[in-house]
Ligand binder design. Sequence first.
Ligand SMILES: Cc1cc2nc3c(=O)[nH]c(=O)nc-3n(C[C@H](O)[C@H](O)[C@H](O)COP(=O)(O)OP(=O)(O)OC[C@H]3O[C@@H](n4cnc5c(N)ncnc54)[C@H](O)[C@@H]3O)c2cc1C
Length: 394
Amino acid sequence: MARIVVLGGSFGGLTSAFELKRMLGNNAEVTLLSGMDTFVFVPSLPWVSMGWKKPEDITLRLKDILERKGITFIHEAAEGVDAAASKVLTKTQEIPYDYLVIATGPDLVFSAVPGLGPKGHTECIFELDMALKTREAWHRFLEDPGPITVGSVQGVSCFGPPYEYAFEIDTELRRRKMRHKVPITFVTSEPYIGHFGIGGLKNSRRVLDDEFANRDIKVIANQAVEEFTPGQMKLKDGTTLTHKLSMFAPPMAGVKAVFHLGNPKGFIPVDSHYRHKDYKNILCVGVAMAIAPPEQTPIPTGVPKTGYMTVEMAKDAAKTIVSDITGKPVSEPEPLGVMCLVDMGDSAVFAKAKPLLPPRQEAVWKKGIVYKWGKHAFEKYFLWKMKNGLSQLP
Ligand SMILES: Cc1cc2nc3c(=O)[nH]c(=O)nc-3n(C[C@H](O)[C@H](O)[C@H](O)COP(=O)(O)OP(=O)(O)OC[C@H]3O[C@@H](n4cnc5c(N)ncnc54)[C@H](O)[C@@H]3O)c2cc1C
């Protein structure tokens, strides 16, 4: 019986584990390790930070959903991987594997800019505990409003959430008839608004420029940040901005346990079947995987790896392992594309790019209230799908 170990209990890890068990049944022993005992629907964290959703609305207990499908759950983070000996190392045990799927997502690199992050002088909405802290900061802010700065520092790859957050605070402040008390400035390392680390998407640059203008949000693009200090940020060009609340996306790197298997940032390069270049029994999906940027931007930026992409990668990686075990050939995976619902507070955008990087066969950027409802519905659908282990569904 093949021993398959999956690292990570999120989009990539859960999808891989469910798919492998579904396709291999009793021919494989699937074990999933995660340092967290819950699956968090990360795309809804901006809503948690606004107080629009509660943690219990967007989390599932990993043990319950995995063991129901015959997958062993170990609530422990990997501390290392001995790739030559095919073993995962944790604090308490060594776990041998025939195949390893790495879906450990990122470490958030707050040290990239002095003062960045929840232990410094800015909020972050990338993890549940941080989103809850941002929610507290938001409630304090509403008692004593003032300027807000939002955006992405140099080296960021996940650009969407700061856009969502900027539009959400704008929407909520208008609802509360407080918008006139709050100057909002959006600062980004992208060369232009709507670039997203993927060279833009259709007319995203023009429509987002208009969106910010219509909402009276000041934009500073193509900028790096020198430092954050209490109530202030300094840009590399010497500009100083003050704030009562500041939320900035951090750069990402591979997690420590698998860093040695990756590129200088710890992201793991793979072949078209998601296999590690040197260790063919190690596969990697999602944010942990390396994707080269489409172009060099004046201020460094990275390529985002979204939930949709991660699920597609995980399905293809599972097929690769199944083919290896059963000897049945596997077709070449489709080039990665992206589909995303970007919240705008009072509406949302449906964005699609196929392939992810230009030139593209297909690109869509459509705004409408229907996509906001779609975003709520998709969250519920995805949680239902994971709760029932129905990873084969779209
Ligand atoms: C705020 C925010 C909003 C987003 N919105 C969208 C959106 O609207 N649409 C969209 O498509 N994408 C969105 N994304 C991107 C999406 O969330 C990611 O693509 C997705 O979470 C990646 O999944 P993953 O499995 O690769 O990694 P992650 O979700 O980062 O999960 C990593 C998992 O690995 C575990 N882990 C870490 N280290 C170890 C270790 N050493 N051993 C074992 N386990 C470990 C973690 O506990 C976690 O379970 C958003 C991201 C953020 C941050």
